[in-house]
Every structure is written in C-alpha cells, then in structure tokens.
Design a protein around this ligand. Structure first.
Ligand code: SF4
Ligand code: SF4
Ligand code: SF4
Ligand code: FES
Length: 376
C-alpha cells in the first residue's frame, strides 16, 4: 500500500507508510552513502553522511532518519550535499588513526590506489581493513584526502587480549553500528556508548575488555563495523578481499542451519561471515559458526570409526563399525526387550536425519526411547 509519492532528483516515487527517504531511494536504485545506518535497527543519525536536500527545510536532512512525506522534493546529489558529505568524511578521517592509502589520494587516484593495494596489501603496518572499509571507499569516491584538518592523536590503545576480536579505538568513527548490532540485532546488550566529547568510546560493562563483559563473541559487531576498529583476530593479516574465493554454505554446528560465507584462500578457510541475504539468520552467526572453523584442519580430527578392544581404540571401516553396532543392538533387544535401548539424536544433524532416527527407534526397534540433545 502506498502512502503517497515524493520527488527524488526530479522523478516521482511512491512510498509506504513509515519508510524513510533512504529506504525509498534504495528501492528506486538511487545510491546514498551511509556509515551509521544499519538495516532493521533504529536509525541513530550519527554520521550525517546520508544527508540530502529537502525543499523548504532549513538544513540538510539525514535521509536514514527522515520519514518520507507526501509531496516532498528531495535532491540527493546537489553541490551542497556533495560538499557536506566530503566535509563529513574529512572530519571522520581526521578524528582518528586513518593512516591508510586514502590519505593524500583524490578520486582521480583510483588506479594508483588499486596498484598500491595489490602491491602492499599484506603489509602488517597497513590497517587490517584496508580495501574493505566503507570510510576509505567513500573517501575515495568523494575526493576526501584526510588532510583537510589536523589529525587527532589516539586517546585509547588497542585492546588486543580478547579472543577472536581486536578493538582498535583509534579507527572507531563512533558510528554506533556495533552497538545497534549487539543490542538490537543479536540482543546481547554487551556494549554501549561511554564517556563524552573527544573521550567518547564504545564500552563493555563500564569499560572492561570484552572478555570480562557480557560479550558472547558472536562477532556481529565485527561484521557490521564499517572501518578497521573491530577486526577478526584470526583473519588479520591473512585475509584481503581480493585474494579469497567466497563460498556460501550451511553452518555445520546445529540444526538452525545458518547461512554463512566461507572466505577461502589457497584451499583453506581464513574467515567466515554471515550471509546477509540468507534465511534463517540474515547475516547473524554465533561464536561457533563465525570463529569455530579450526577443527577442520586439526591433526586430531577423527577420520575413521574407532572400535574399542581391550581398552584400546583401533581404526575400523564404516561397514565393520555399523555391523558391530547393529549386532550389539540386536543382542540387547533379544535379551532384554526393545525398551532396554535408547537413542539421543544429535542437534548437529539435519532435521531429516533426526526424523529418520526416531522412525528407526519407533518403527523398527519398537521403542519410544528416543530423544534429541537440543531438548536437554
Ligand atoms: S579504518 Fe578505513 S579509513 Fe581508517 S585507516 Fe583503516 S582502511 Fe583507512
Ligand atoms: S561479539 Fe557479539 S556480544 Fe560481543 S560485543 Fe560484539 S555483538 Fe556484542
Ligand atoms: S567500533 Fe566500528 S561499528 Fe562500532 S562505533 Fe566504532 S566504527 Fe562504528
Ligand atoms: S547513515 Fe544516516 S546519519 Fe549516518
């Protein structure tokens, strides 16, 4: 149902009740840059990069938090808008340790940027998000050089001791996406805004390291952070977007079946992210799905069935192992009846496998002693 129409850059577009200017523009394929906006959460209007001109308004308006109104006349790319966005980017670049290649490069330097990215991409001195940073991307697009204002000195040292996550406050632009992701998307409520003015910082439980807070290391904040302020510790220095192949797959850990993207380099997974478009998780992952992939390469991983004999395990074929299990089950049923056995289906298996297991117990073994570990 349409609630009316508005003009964007001279063209009429319908909108639905409750839609913002940004949402209408996105549906119409009109690009507006955003840094703090996180789809599906309450708009904060923190970064002011998405500003547009609205006829009759005294100031530029943040399109992510301004509701569309009938008859509105919006311009998304006027010289005033473009210059305001460039100034915002300059201020953000000067507000922290944004020492990436963007500094000193204009929009006409994209080729040079790409060439240097290829050559220097793995230097450990470069920002880990170099090449995967929305601030850097917009700075290039708008010709912001990071030299318009004096660069402020970092207030806080990086927090390196957490498992899985590096927090580099010097690269934080206080966009608040991590807070939205933690509180509204994952509903873990582990982080919030702390301190004031130039001391402002994203804090966990009165400013403790994440490991001592309510953080469950789901990594959602890392996934949504638009800069190098939150970094996946395991992939730092190994992963760059241009040298991995991405493969969409289903998380192997439980029956929820989250859709994840494997970032594969030279045949090995070096990072996992949630698939923003995939159901049921829409980009969310838990700590296991996002960070727990080392087991694949573990030397201790079992690759064949093991049969215990005289207190020792020996390797066996699948046929031998399955025959042994079948014989034992048959023996118990013959001796003590079907209720002498019980089965617990694994939450890591598919729903279909669990269904078949209860059929096996009820239909074949004739017992109702069947359960599923997720229920415990
Ligand atoms: S966070 Fe982005 S803009 Fe800042 S140094 Fe890293 S790549 Fe550059
Ligand atoms: S890892 Fe998850 S729980 Fe921890 S701060 Fe980030 S979003 Fe919140
Ligand atoms: S840590 Fe990242 S997502 Fe969070 S406020 Fe800083 S820049 Fe934004
Ligand atoms: S994206 Fe709208 S204010 Fe940041």
């Amino acid at each position: 149902m349409s609630d009316g129409t508005l003009l964007i850059n001279g063209t009429t577009h319908p909108f639905k009740p409750g839609q913002t200017i940004l949402e209408v523009a996105e549906e119409a394929g009109i690009a507006i840059p955003t840094l703090c906006h996180l789809k599906g959460t309450t708009p904060t209007g923190a970064c002011r990069l998405c500003v547009v001109e609205v006829k009759g308004a005294r100031n530029l308006l943040a399109s992510c938090s301004t509701p569309a109104e009938n008859g509105m006349e919006v311009t998304t790319d006027s010289p005033t808008v473009m210059s305001s966005r460039k100034m915002t980017l300059e201020l953000l670049l000067s507000s922290g340790n944004h020492d990436c290649i963007t500094s000193g490069a204009g929009t006409d330097a994209r080729e040079l940027f790409n060439a240097r990215a290829e050559a220097e991409g793995h230097s450990e001195h470069l920002c880990p998000s170099w090449g995967d940073c929305k601030l850097q991307e917009y700075a290039l697009a708008y010709g912001a050089t990071g030299t318009a204002y004096p660069r402020s000195k970092p207030t806080y040292p990086p927090e390196l001791k957490n498992p899985m996550i590096i927090r580099d406050f010097s690269r934080c632009i206080l966009c608040g996406r991590c807070v939205q992701a933690c509180n509204e998307v994952q509903v873990n409520e582990a982080i919030s805004y702390g301190y004031r003015g130039s001391e402002s910082k994203i804090v966990a439980l009165g400013d403790l390291p994440l490991g001592q807070s309510a953080c469950v290391f789901c990594g959602e904040c890392v996934q949504v952070c638009p800069t190098g302020a939150l970094v996946d510790k395991k992939s730092k220095g190994i992963w760059r977007p241009w040298d991995v192949e991405t493969i969409r797959t289903t998380c192997p850990y439980c029956g929820v079946g989250c859709q994840q993207i494997l970032h594969v380099k030279e045949g090995r997974i070096v990072k996992i992210t949630g698939d923003e478009e995939g159901l049921p998780n829409k980009g969310r992952l838990c700590v296991k799905g996002r960070f727990g992939y080392d087991f694949i390469y573990s030397d201790e991983r079992l690759t064949t069935p093991l049969i215990r004999e005289n207190g020792e395990f020996r390797e066996a074929s699948w046929d031998e192992a399955l025959d042994l299990v079948a014989d034992k089950l048959k023996g118990i049923i013959a001796e003590s009846g079907p209720d002498a056995i019980a089965g617990v289906s694994c939450a890591r298996s598919l729903n279909e496998d669990s269904y078949q297991m209860q059929k096996l117990f009820r239909g074949v073994f004739k017992t109702n002693n069947i359960d599923h570990c997720a229920r415990t």
